[in-house]
Every structure is written in C-alpha cells, then in structure tokens.
Design a protein around this ligand. Sequence first.
Ligand code: CP3
Length: 362
Amino acid sequence: MTSAGGVDGSPSAVSESNFLRACRRLPATATPIWLMRQAGRHMTAYQDLRQQHSFIHLLTTPELACEITLQPVDRYGLDAGIIFADILTPLEDMGLPLEYTEDRGPVLARPIESRGDIDNLHVPAPDAITPYSLDAIRLASRELHNRNLPLIGFAGGPFTLASYAVEGGSSRDQLKVKALMMSEPDTWHALMTVLSELVGNSLLAQAAAGADALQLFDSWAGILSPADYAELVLPHTKRALEIASAAGVPLIQFGTDTAGILDLMSTAGVDVVGVDWRIDLLRAWELVGPDYAVQGNLDPAALMAPIDQMLARAKSILDSVAGRPGHIFNLGHGVPPNATEDSVSRLVDFVHEHSAVPVPNA
Ligand code: CP3
C-alpha cells in the first residue's frame, strides 16, 4: 500500500503520514490515532514476554523493546508507534540510580535532598543518555518506516522528573517537591536546569536515532498553580524544548489536569498540545489557539465501559472538532492495564471509519 504522496518506505511517505500531517495541521485522509501507554501492560503479547523477563531487561534489550513497540501498531493499525522506554531511565545516566519494584513501582535509591546532591549530578552527552533506547529507536523506526508509519520518541518533562527525583518514587500529593520549590528557589532552579538539559539532550538524541516526533510527558505539571507553573517550571520546559527543536521534528507536550495552565503550556515551544478529559477538547483548542494541533482526549475509563458507550464518547469528541486539520485522537492519559484488546481495537477502527474523508472516484 502506498500512502498519499510517497513511495512505500520512503521518507516522504512517512512525512506525509496522517499523524505527521496532523502535527503540521494539514488535512489527513482520516483522523490519526495513537494511544499513550499503547505498548505494554494491557497487551497479552507483552504480558507473555514479561513472564520471562524483568521490565528493565525488556527496556534495555533493543530487539525486545523494538518488538514491544510494534505489538500494538500491528495489532490495532495505529497511526504511530511510541518507543517502548520509560521517562525515568535518563535519571540513572545523570547519577540517580533507580529500581523498578513489583509492589511500589519505580523507586530511587538516593532521592535529592539538598543542594549538595544536585552538585553531584551531571548532564551526559546526548548519545550517552539511555543508549539502549537509542538502539531500540534505530530498529523500531526502520520497521515502522517500512510500514510508512512514524515513530514517536519521548521524555519526561523537567517538573515530572523533578517530582520523582525529590519524592523518590510515585507520590499522590507531591508535597516534598512542592516544599523544595517554594522554600529553596535557588536549589530548585539548579535542579531544573540540570533536568532541562538532560531532557533536551535526550530528545535530540532520539530524533537523531530515527524518532519522527517527540513528546514531552509533563504528566504531573497540572498539580501546580498557574503562577508557580509560569515562574518555576515553564522557563525550564522552554529550555528543554529549545534544545530539542534543533532536531526539526514536531514537538508535543502533554500533562494531566492542565485545564488551568493550557494557555501557558502552549507557549513552551511545541507544535501539538496534549489534553486530558477534564476539559472539553474544543474549549482546550480555543485556549491554546489556532496555531497549535491538539491531541486527545477520551477518558481512559471509557475503554472499560460497554463498547457502545465508549464509541458514543469517541464520536462526540470527533464531532466536536468536526475534522478540523490538526486533531490527533488519543486518550486523556494512558491505556489502563486492565483495558481489553477488543475495546482498544474497536476504538481505533471507529475513529478511522468515522473520520475518513471520502476519496473521489474510489
Ligand atoms: O506509551 C508507551 O506505550 C511507551 C512506553 C512508556 C512507559 N512509560 C512504559 C512503562 C511511556 C510513554 C511511559 C511514560 C511514563 N513512565 C510516565 C508518564 C506517563 C504517565 O503515565 O503519566 C511516568 C510517570 C512513568 C513512570 C513509571 N514507569 C511508573 C509510575 C511506572 C509503574 C507503574 C506503571 O505505570 O506501569 C513505570 C513502569 C512502566 N513504564 C511500565 C511500562 C510498560 C510497567 C512495567 C511492568 O511491566 O511492570
């Protein structure tokens, strides 16, 4: 099959894919769809591999990470792959050892407590940040390009990484990281400066290895007041994206609970703004303005509802933006681990069918 404007597997076929066209707000033959956390957890094929290997083994073995990246793309006919990696692994290359535990999720051996801890961190050169994931990107981008599909690379936003670095693991209320940011602004800015360089370098290296678009997961930024976000986070996010922008590929920024800061987030230097389900998608698009593409925003819980309920919600999102160029369909956060493959499959097919632009004389 040849997609519009290019020969199979050629660079132009990939750049003319519906996903990359939507990133540039160009019309697509159907609304492109990919799903955050599409690789892994909910898929039987992943669970089978996970029975045999630890998460970290899967992440650090490029052939396996490539295979897991392709699993959802081939199973569902998604419009893009996202590399099977994690936002936290770059912290290790900076001097913060990390362990993925079965019961508590990711845990840092030595969380940041003082200015001295920050002075011990270093920013590695781009090629030295998660080199195993860069190898996985080389393999997966080749495979996806053969299918005329793009690959998304990603990193955590500096705030979300700072949250893990200071809290030492997942945290509901983020009180430690907020206390540091509010009580020791110099220490805070020193930490965010190192993290923004790490994130920028990581994104740059991923694009050089073959990623066609880059997403910043600033998943927890919505926990901040707009004033704190603007002063204590946004300048560092801008710096990370400024470094990444040298790659010349579309940049996407995503966070949850961001209705109060979407207008600020969109000024960070991205092409696409990811939106969760707590705000109406069209309203979000009005807030960020017409110069951006938007990505979202089905409540992931809909994947657990009866199929007709899920599809009704997907339909109302598609109908609300009415095929306006620059909409990338996604969930408002990741695919839940207990979503069924049948629900995901029905969602992807529905989005494609409902949004397909009739081809003249077809
Ligand atoms: O989207 C994808 O399919 C690509 C892979 C991906 C993973 N993590 C793999 C993973 C992506 C994009 C991430 C991002 C990520 N990781 C975020 C931001 C997005 C979000 O969900 O808000 C965060 C906060 C993390 C940190 C992290 N990694 C946590 C909290 C956990 C444990 C709980 C969980 O979410 O599963 C991980 C482990 C992790 N990362 C798994 C996977 C597939 C599960 C590992 C397993 O099999 O046990």
